[in-house]
Design a protein around this ligand. Structure first.
Ligand SMILES: Cc1ncc(COP(=O)(O)O)c(C=O)c1O
Length: 413
């Protein structure tokens, strides 16, 4: 292929057909300008120009494809969308300003007043607030159910149920949903099955192949992986993505070209990062299970996890997030967290740097005490998003947390 200076070329997707997610992460969705750059170009421009008034009219009228305005057409954003769509095995992706705006845009585009949603109880706290407080104001009612109790899902279906929404594995307790069963339930009832695939990413799990209609990501997490940008993305069929794209064009929760470029580069290392996260998390989970101050560890890679077999079937790895309950209450959890020195105290997850948080007072702090109890968010619970540092060094830092607990109990004598 030859390039003219002014030409921008999309590398043909057909060249990558049947290739693995590792290859798609590096190659899919790439565009190359006439400068023949090897790394992805970035197009930080709000608008685009036309060769003539007639061309402008044709672009606005939809008769000619091409860029118009970066609220809804930007090549860098489209490059990121092409790559993540290929990795998830979806027809098309729509990138958004944040993970929450990906969820909001999906709801606004595909639901209407009078519709009913069933959502798993253990979803990210803000997702819960979005459904419970804001979608309810527009006449969309949500029933919250246990992620793993199929009878409760079945019993909650109504004639007006239009969407089943889950995260699997869940945050922070790492519960695993049976996606095939939930997909069947949704489709038997003319509802959409939406999966927030934030914890696994397409490297470990591809929900569209297991019954989901739509996959959502907070790109802020593993897709970037280095804690730099906030963003989101929705993946699914051309028809549904066109609806979501239409909402984005009108309402504007768009991803910026710079953020899209960061995420595009982040995807290139996602497969190797995810494997490193999984290895470290499994080793830490096994180690934490042996600590006398620990009451229980939640990680789907452990034999003790109730959905261990299901996770093995659905996922190619168990992910980088684990949580555990200490013997004690909030005081013990906070002492442990404050005792660590290297691990970052932050609610973000999916970063190469290990992070630690107390869900009951941070990510899930806005839930009512009843909702926290129902979601299993206890005061002695700690969540760790395991990074890619040397696992022995992570143990050394967590050991400082255990030492802080021992010091506190001696002080109290
Ligand atoms: C599973 C999950 N989904 C969605 C979100 C929201 O994403 P964002 O913070 O990018 O809006 C988060 C944020 O932590 C999350 O953990």
């Amino acid at each position: 292929m030859t390039f003219r200076r002014e030409e921008t070329v999309w590398i043909p997707e057909s060249d990558l057909e049947g290739m693995s997610v590792d290859t798609l992460a590096v190659r899919a969705g790439q565009i190359r300008t006439g400068q023949l750059e090897h790394s992805d170009a970035i197009f930080p421009t709000s608008s685009f120009v036309y060769g003539s008034a007639a061309q402008a009219a044709a672009r606005f009228g939809g008769e000619e494809p091409g860029n118009i305005y970066s609220r809804f057409t930007n090549p860098t954003v489209q490059a990121f969308e092409g790559r993540i769509a290929a990795m998830e095995g979806g027809e098309r992706a729509v990138a958004t300003a944040s993970g929450m705006s990906a969820i909001l845009s999906t709801c606004m585009a595909l639901l209407q007043s009078g519709d009913h949603v069933i959502c798993s109880r253990g979803v990210f706290g803000t997702t819960n607030v979005l459904f419970q407080k804001y979608m309810a104001r527009f006449g969309v009612e949500t029933t919250f159910v246990s992620l793993t109790d199929m009878d409760e899902w079945q019993a909650s279906v109504r004639p007006e149920t239009r969407m089943l929404f889950i995260e699997t594995p869940s945050n922070p307790l790492c519960e695993v949903a049976d996606m095939a069963a939930l997909g069947r339930l949704a489709h038997d009832n003319d509802a959409l099955f939406v999966v927030d695939n934030c914890f696994c990413t397409p490297v470990l799990q591809r929900p569209l192949e297991q019954g989901a209609d739509i996959v959502i990501h907070s790109a802020t997490k593993y897709l970037d992986g280095q804690g730099r940008c906030v963003g989101g993305v929705v993946v699914g069929s051309e028809k549904m993505m066109e609806e979501i794209y239409g909402f984005l064009r009108s309402a504007g929760p768009t991803m910026s070209p710079f953020n899209a470029w960061v995420f595009q580069k982040g995807l290139e290392t996602l497969p190797i990062r995810m494997r490193a996260h999984c290895d470290n998390a499994l080793e830490l989970a096994l180690w934490l299970e042996q600590q006398p101050a620990v009451e229980r560890v939640f990680y789907a890679g452990l034999q003790s996890h109730p959905q261990h077999e299901l996770a093995k079937k659905q996922q190619t790895g168990f992910g980088g997030v684990l949580s555990f309950q200490l013997k004690g209450a909030r005081e013990e959890a906070w002492s442990f967290i404050d005792g660590t020195r290297m691990i970052s105290i932050t609610a973000n997850l999916g970063d190469v740097k290990t992070t630690i948080t107390h869900p009951a007072t941070t990510t899930h702090g806005r839930l009512s005490p009843e909702d926290k109890a129902r979601a299993g968010i206890t005061e002695n619970l700690i969540r760790i998003s395991v990074g890619i540092e040397a696992v022995e060094d992570l143990k050394t830092d967590l050991e400082r947390g255990f030492q802080a607990l021992r010091n506190a109990s001696t002080d109290n004598v």
